[in-house]
Write a protein that binds this ligand. Structure first.
Ligand code: CP
Ligand code: NVA
Length: 308
């Protein structure tokens, strides 16, 4: 039994296997209606709980659809409506759910909640985003890059903006998939030092460059995300916008990267804040491929968890 908690804590060869499997499953479905069942039905008779303590469009729909395509069933649960939101411990919730379902996906606030769920569940647990990381997103992003540009190993990925949860997983993946990573943003919003140290320990460059125009020189991929995440206090909004304005991804910034540099954003985006509509809708943007590939990547993750 495997839980998928983070990219840096998952075996490198297993991660590569999941990306390749996702691609294979995506290709096998080409031209089929979205609701068509996969031939192999690897999740036949399996029940999956999808728990959300924060809002979601992509994670919710792509996990639910992915389970159904593989012949399984889902229960989509809102944390607030569970006893979990009214004082029952995470450990007891994990023990109870493990008697009902074969797999648990949870989107939550504190990483400690995810880890406690995984420790006490007797079924695999998948990280659907915490304040600290978002590994499913970055598996889809690695898959998306490779579909468009071939192997990501040895490439240069630049993150402009807030060094947040999605950024941390992007840095973990730099170490695991072997690409170089540059963060550009204000020092108050730097990504966590442990993530950078992890990537460096795997032998890749993981650096900070305050000047965005310098940071994106030679980039194969430019990435950003919302300036205010779901766990950030709304009161921080104005200050963050002032700090981050200079790190907006716009045509002038993209012009400093390689001409073939891709643009990614996990979405939801705030158009003309962290990225201009011109870049989002431009020829190098692959944002909707990323969203689609959440489906395929997570199907591969679930199969790895359940060994099916
Ligand atoms: N990118 C992503 O995780 O989107 P949702 O918040 O809509 O799930
Ligand atoms: N950084 C964002 C990602 C949303 C998918 C957040 O945590 O709100």
């Amino acid at each position: 039994m495997n839980s998928f908690l983070d990219i840096h804590t998952t075996d490198k060869a297993a991660l590569r296997g999941m990306i390749d499997n996702a691609r294979r499953m995506k290709d096998a479905r080409a031209g089929q209606p979205k609701g068509a069942l996969d031939g192999e039905l690897p999740l036949k008779n399996r029940m999956v709980a999808l728990i959300f303590e924060k809002p979601s469009t992509r994670t919710r729909v792509s996990f639910d659809l992915g389970v159904r395509q593989m012949g399984g069933q889902t229960m989509v649960l809102s944390g607030k409506e569970m006893q979990l939101g009214h004082g029952e411990t995470i450990a007891d919730t994990a023990r109870v759910l493990s008697r009902y379902v074969d797999l648990i996906m949870i989107r939550t606030f504190e990483e400690a909640t995810l880890l406690e769920m995984a420790e006490h569940a007797t079924v695999p647990v998948i990280n659907g985003l915490t304040n600290r990381t978002h590994p499913c997103q970055i598996m889809a992003d690695v898959m998306t890059f490779e579909e468009h540009r071939g192997p990501i190993a040895g490439r240069k990925v630049v993150w402009s903006g807030d060094g947040n949860n999605v950024c941390a997983s992007m840095i973990h993946a730099a170490g695991q998939f072997g690409y170089d990573f540059t963060f550009t943003g204000p020092s108050t919003l730097d990504p966590e030092a442990e993530a950078l140290a992890f990537a460096r320990a795997q032998g890749v460059n993981a650096v900070i460059e305050r000047d965005p125009a310098l940071a994106v020189q030679g980039a194969d991929l430019v990435v950003t995300d919302t300036w205010v995440s779901m766990h950030d206090p709304q009161s921080a909004r104005e200050r963050r916008h002032n700090q981050l304005r200079g790190y907006q991804v716009n045509a002038a910034l993209m012009a400093q990267a390689k001409p073939e540099a891709l643009f990614m954003h996990c979405l939801p985006a705030h158009r003309d804040d962290e990225v201009t509509s011109e870049v989002m809708d431009g020829p190098n943007s692959v944002i909707f491929d990323e969203a689609e590939n959440r489906l395929h990547a997570q199907k591969a993750i679930m199969r790895w968890c359940l060994n099916t």
